[in-house]
Design a protein around this ligand. Structure first.
Ligand code: AMP
Length: 229
């Protein structure tokens, strides 16, 4: 892995529909740029697996593919952002998912004398997203995604990234019903967030089809960075 490390104070947002590859790219960028990865979905799944009150509130919404109410989500994510040292760069993945959340984020950063540097939108057509999500498995411990393909066959039972092999499972919200709902919610509620950042002059849209490496290069190029191979 090539560390770029010149962007350790970069504040970045990864936007795109479920299945666009935000999480996969975030895992790469975290290493390359040495910035924190804040995934609202991972924070919720952490609460779910720890049986917290917040997790119990979120569960029903998540299983339906609906957004968890802003009163819960905004406090959880901004609490995580506020807990970081001010000089620490971060990338948000899965947040903001509506304009109310985007405005709350701007307000919280303003209080810290900060702003978002770039919003990268990974664009993938719906038919490709449905295919990806219905064949997606993830590691319960490190969240690494695995894809079932005709060539690779079934995913492994345990993760080859984790020291003691986390369980590989299919998310409850990757069922056909929840996937369809998540795409509707994305187009209705999250697409306006693209305009929010476009109007602020911060949006870069890149194609999310192609290999993980190709998309990674496009993300880095959108940040004005290149990776040497
Ligand atoms: P993700 O892993 O980003 O696909 O998120 C999984 C689920 O968590 C979503 O379908 C929502 O139910 C919930 N969720 C994650 N992020 C948010 C958010 N910013 N606002 C509301 N709900 C969210």
């Amino acid at each position: 892995m090539t560390r770029i490390g010149v962007a350790t104070n970069l504040r970045l947002i990864l936007l795109g529909p479920p299945g666009a590859g935000k999480g996969t790219q975030a895992l790469l960028l975290k290493e390359q740029l040495e910035i924190e990865h804040v995934s609202s979905g991972d924070l919720f799944r952490h609460h779910l697996s720890n049986g917290t009150e917040l997790g119990e509130i979120a569960r029903g919404y998540m299983n339906q593919g609906a957004l968890v109410p802003d009163e819960v989500t905004i406090g959880m994510v901004l609490g995580r952002v506020r807990s970081m040292p001010t000089g620490q760069g971060f990338m948000l993945d899965g947040f903001p998912r509506n304009t109310n959340q985007a405005e709350a984020l701007d307000g919280a950063l303003e209080q810290r004398g900060q702003k978002i540097d770039r919003a990268v939108h990974i664009s993938v057509p719906d038919d490709e997203l449905i295919r990806r999500l219905s064949n997606r498995y993830i590691c319960r411990k490190c969240q690494k995604p695995f894809t079932r393909t005709p060539a690779s066959g079934e995913p492994p039972k345990s993760c080859n990234e984790c020291a003691d092999g986390g369980e590989i499972y299919q998310r409850d919200d990757d069922t056909p019903y929840a996937v369809a709902n998540r795409l509707i919610v994305y187009h209705q509620e999250t697409a306006p967030v693209l305009d929010f950042y476009r109007d602020a002059g911060l949006l870069a849209t890149i194609p999310g089809e192609g290999t993980v490496e190709t998309v990674n290069k496009s993300v880095l190029a959108a940040l004005g960075l290149t990776v040497e191979v």
